[in-house]
Structure formats: C-alpha cells, structure tokens
Design a protein around this ligand. Structure first.
Ligand SMILES: [Zn+2]
Ligand SMILES: [Zn+2]
Length: 133
C-alpha cells in the first residue's frame, strides 16, 4: 500500500510503501519514553521503500542491549517521530510511525509487542470518561 505523510510542522514529507498487515502496537519502555505517551504504533515499510520528499531528518542511534543499532529519525523542527530502522541490516523491521501517515485510518494494528511493559490501563479505556474533542 502506497502512503504519504508529514510531521506536525510540515518540514518533513515522505512517500512510502507499507504493509498494513504489519501495523504493530509497541509497549516497550523506549517507545513510551520516546513517544512521550503510553505506546508506539508503527507500520512496516516494504523493501525499505521510503522516500523523503522534503526536509532533512535528524537521527538518534539507539544501541540495544544486543548491540543492535536502531536509527530513530525525527523532524528537527517539531520533534515528530518519523521512523525507526536498522541501517546495517536491510532485512530488519523498518517501522514507520503510523500517526504520521495520512492514510492512517486504514492502518489497524494486527499485533502488540512488549506487552509485559504495557501500562496496565491501556487494555481497557472504556471505563475512562470521554468527550468528542
Ligand atoms: Zn516537523
Ligand atoms: Zn517499542
């Protein structure tokens, strides 16, 4: 599925090919901290098919306990997270941040990762009073 997207301020725009069936909620503590919220939602980029159209991404290299180097890319102007990938392993999961995808209403999560570190309230939001905006 071909998608396009942007960061909050519009500095970054991109096109990508994603696999909607690889839309994943990640509850790892890195995603909690890096997103500033409870979990991350990413969609897998097919064959590293991601093309930056405008702007320049800033990157942060996260070195995992395994020694694996994950590149986290974000907008240098507004801080919106754009993707996480492993540059030196093209076969590694390339996760595009689903909230930046314009067609995100067509991306429904199919899996949850790192549920052991999930916040205990995320699995049932139905009891929390809501309003439309
Ligand atoms: Zn931006
Ligand atoms: Zn994560």
């Amino acid at each position: 599925m071909n998608v396009d997207g942007t960061c909050l301020c519009g500095h970054i725009t991109y096109e990508a090919e994603v696999d909607p069936d690889a839309t994943i909620i990640c509850h790892c503590t890195d995603c909690q901290t890096n997103s500033g919220t409870a979990f991350g939602v990413v969609v897998g980029v097919v064959d590293n098919n991601f093309r930056l159209l405008t702007g320049t991404l800033k990157t942060y290299i996260k070195i995992a306990d395994s020694g694996r180097r994950r590149t986290l890319a974000f907008c240098p102007e507004c801080g919106t997270r754009i993707y996480a990938r492993t540059e030196d392993d093209p076969s590694a999961f390339f996760g595009l941040r689903a909230g930046t995808v314009r067609q995100r209403n067509r991306l429904t999560p199919t899996m949850q990762a790192w549920t052991a570190s999930a916040r205990d309230w995320v699995f049932d939001l139905s009891g929390i009073p809501g309003r439309r905006s």
